[in-house]
Design a protein around this ligand. Structure first.
Ligand code: GLN
Length: 257
């Protein structure tokens, strides 16, 4: 009899615990339904752009991924990263498929017609990668050559404007453009400096031209009608800049030479 009582007591206790968890779950869910701020911050990126975003194991890591993680934390949200073609990010932001575009993305007048941008968090420089034995010494030498670019990037726009449509070959991301340079399909690649450095370090037989083709500002893209999120991001960014968090992340991925 005693044992029976004990077992019952334990069972009752267990049942109570389950009930408590269940009711916790319910009370937690209730306010979320009515809240207008989504609990998830959805980020669109193209994870072939080291050190800003790249895949390591199963995870998307890099400067942008870490900045987004801190932003989400400050906004009381959880971060969800979706990998997509770079050329699809702006429309994904515009159409509300993601909340932010964070992809080493340069602020341009053309993009500002479609989305808003946060304050800038980093600088990018367009540079030129060529084979080590190339006769291309300056950007002017690119005349009449085939230039590989990542589709829909500023590098694509500059190459097309400066050297003409027939000189440009577009690739879905930086690594495929560099692979095309290695197998001789193009004579040079125009791309942002930090990924360029990583690609040249990882690949034998390539070098960077010693010129800064164009200097640009990177910022976070947000839908035009989501000024509430834009304001929150700008406030959070300012705090993360002021307390040194952004510098720390950048230094972690781009050690000072
Ligand atoms: N900074 C360039 C742009 O915005 C390239 C960015 C990227 O390829 N991720 O177009």
């Amino acid at each position: 009899m005693k044992t029976f009582k004990k077992v019952m007591a334990i069972l009752m206790a267990l049942a109570l615990t389950v009930l408590t968890f269940a009711s916790c779950g319910n009370t937690e869910k209730a306010p979320v339904e009515g809240a207008d701020a989504p609990a998830v911050l959805r980020m669109g990126t193209n994870a072939a752009f080291p050190p800003y975003e790249y895949v390591e194991g199963e995870k998307i890591v890099g400067i942008d991924a870490e900045i987004a993680e801190l932003l989400a934390e400050k906004l009381g949200m959880t971060l969800e990263i979706t990998d997509m073609d770079f050329g699809g990010i702006i429309s994904a932001v515009q159409n509300g498929i993601v909340d932010i575009g964070l992809a080493g993305m340069t602020v341009t007048d053309e993009r500002l017609e479609s989305v808003n941008f946060s304050e800038s968090y980093a600088t990018g420089i367009q540079v030129v990668i060529v084979p080590e034995d190339s006769d291309i010494k300056t950007p002017d030498d690119l005349n009449g050559k085939l230039i590989g670019v990542q589709e829909a990037t500023t590098g694509d726009a500059y190459a097309t404007d400066d050297f003409g449509e027939e000189s440009v070959k577009r690739y879905t991301n930086g690594s495929t453009a560099v692979a095309a340079l290695l197998n001789g399909s193009v004579d040079a690649v125009i791309i942002d400096n930090e990924p360029a450095k990583v690609f040249v370090e990882q690949t034998a037989g390539l070098k960077l031209l010693d010129t800064e083709y164009v200097v640009e500002d990177y910022a976070i893209a947000v839908a035009k009608d989501n000024t509430e999120l834009l304001d929150k991001i700008n406030t959070a960014l300012a705090e993360l800049k002021a307390d040194g968090s952004i510098d720390k992340i950048i230094e972690k991925y781009i050690p000072a030479e």
